[in-house]
Ligand binder design. Structure first.
Ligand code: SF4
Ligand code: SF4
Length: 460
């Protein structure tokens, strides 16, 4: 494929009506109900190229079509009918991590996510072999991982094997290599599972004077693998004067489906969550996973009827990332010392999609003794990107290697990571990289560090 200059991209004629002012269904689609890209969003891009150096795939490949500007050009050309949506075009779009780093870098305010996401939904709807219907999406991603209970059951034998030490025997036996590639990667990604701890109650009262009433969104994979992070989050919220509700009937946020192009199941999950959370009673819906937070904040944009949309907009308006919420509330400083050098990883769906960069750092700096150390390229994606690391393994590996090098170069005692997917993906790479040389740094959620400090100061 030839690489268009910014000139050709800017001057490309539009084959439909002159610069249409409303949403256009993509011409590659027959279905009238198909998702649409609002055409004005293409026009926001002035082809300056200031976003390219912030794009992980461009940094790795150096090709225009694997940059934000190139991808916007491709999507607009397909929408205009000037370019067929062939495998070459799809490949460049599939390689995009939807990390939204380009949005942060763009001086023209291009909302890249609002272009690529509906475009991908449209591609999925018109595809003769939709990705969302392959065995991995149907049985593993949607069938197990998007359901906390099923993931918990699926992990039960893993816990037992880890406890008995049989997981290492399995690794040494080489049997794992007979699994399909994606399942091998999932196996390698699993950390040593923490003891699950008691089930979350439905409500816990604030410690000290009450300052707010909040509900915790527990999600799916996060609840099954990082249940201890939910407990840490609840303890920290209570220490900060919050009554915490944990609605039983809540479900996965729908991001796994939505980002794989399966819009209907995502909408169903949004409606279930809408019914589960008593919004009128709440000051905030708290999320401790960056990817889920970004999805929940987008609920108001889902294509539903007007009455449901209004309620979803109210839901979205109450969603707060845990760091964002605590800083806005005014955090009560923890007193327990933690004499660690800590590197903080900016998860894309926190720093780019939600524009939250300072709040986690501000909270970590409150911990007595903790030294926050900076590393190179803190806001470049680690390659986890939801299920990207499983379906685009080669690029994901290049990016996580780059990230691990930068992080390990500053020799941290701990790496604080505010997103379950990044934690699994980077955790695996870093464990493998330091294997045998010296101990891997502690890796966990920033809120766990804050919790440790609160717990230490309240210990007798
Ligand atoms: S920085 Fe913004 S306007 Fe410039 S090329 Fe990138 S997306 Fe387009
Ligand atoms: S979302 Fe990320 S990977 Fe995709 S074009 Fe933007 S910066 Fe590049």
């Amino acid at each position: 494929m030839t690489t268009p200059t910014s000139e050709t991209a800017a001057q490309a004629p539009h084959s439909g009506p002159e610069s249409p002012a409303t949403s256009l269904p993509l011409p590659v689609l027959d279905q009238p109900e198909a998702s649409a890209v609002e055409y004005e969003r293409f026009l926001d891009c002035v082809h300056c190229g200031l976003c390219t150096s912030s794009c992980p795939t461009y940094l790795e490949l150096g090709t225009e079509m694997d940059s934000p500007r190139g991808r916007i050009h491709l999507m607009r050309a397909v929408t205009d009918g000037r370019l067929p949506l062939d495998n070459d075009v799809k490949r460049h779009l599939d390689l995009c991590l939807d990390c939204r780093s380009c949005e942060t870098a763009c001086p023209s305010g291009v909302q890249y996510g609002r272009i690529i996401e509906p475009f991908r939904l449209a591609m999925e709807k018109q595809s003769p072999a939709p990705k969302s219907r392959d065995w991995f999406h149907r049985w593993i991603l949607f069938g197990i991982l998007a359901d906390a209970t099923r993931t918990r059951w699926a992990l039960a034998p893993v816990r037992l094997m880890q406890w008995l030490g049989l997981d290492r025997l399995l690794d040494r036996s080489g049997l794992v290599r007979f699994l399909p590639g994606k399942l091998q990667r999932m196996h390698r990604m699993l950390p040593r599972l923490e003891p699950r701890g008691p089930e979350l109650p439905e409500r816990l009262a604030a410690i000290g004077p009450k300052r707010a009433t909040v509900a915790l969104s527990t999600g799916c994979v996060a609840d099954a693998v990082f249940h201890h992070v939910h407990w840490a989050t609840i303890r920290v919220l209570r220490e900060n004067g919050c009554d915490v509700l944990i609605p039983r009937s809540q479900t996965c946020c729908g991001a796994i489906h939505f980002h794989a192009g399966a819009e209907e199941p995502a909408i169903e999950r949004a409606k279930t969550n809408l019914a589960a959370f008593p919004l009128e009673e709440l000051d905030a819906v708290i999320v401790n996973v960056a990817g889920c937070g970004a999805m929940l904040k987008e609920y108001g944009h889902l294509p539903v009827n007007a009455a449901t949309k209004e309620r979803l907009q109210l839901f979205a308006s109450k969603v707060r990332d845990i760091h964002e919420f605590l800083v806005d509330l005014g955090p009560i400083a923890p007193k327990g010392e933690l004499n660690w050098r800590v590197a903080y990883h900016d998860a894309c769906h926190l720093c780019h999609a939600q524009k939250i960069t300072e709040q986690p750092r501000e909270l970590l700096r409150l911990i007595p003794g903790l030294e926050l150390v900076a590393h190179e390229e803190p806001t470049i994606c680690c390659g986890a990107a939801g299920s990207y690391n499983l379906v685009e393994a080669e690029m994901a590996e290049r990016l996580v290697a780059r990230k691990a090098d930068h992080l390990l170069a500053v020799e941290p005692d701990a790496i604080a990571i505010p997103n379950a997917g990044c934690l699994l993906h980077m955790g695996r790479r870093i464990r493998e990289e330091v294997d045998g040389e010296h101990a891997a740094p502690w890796m966990g959620h920033p809120i766990e560090l804050l919790d440790r400090s609160y717990q230490a100061s309240s210990s007798p």
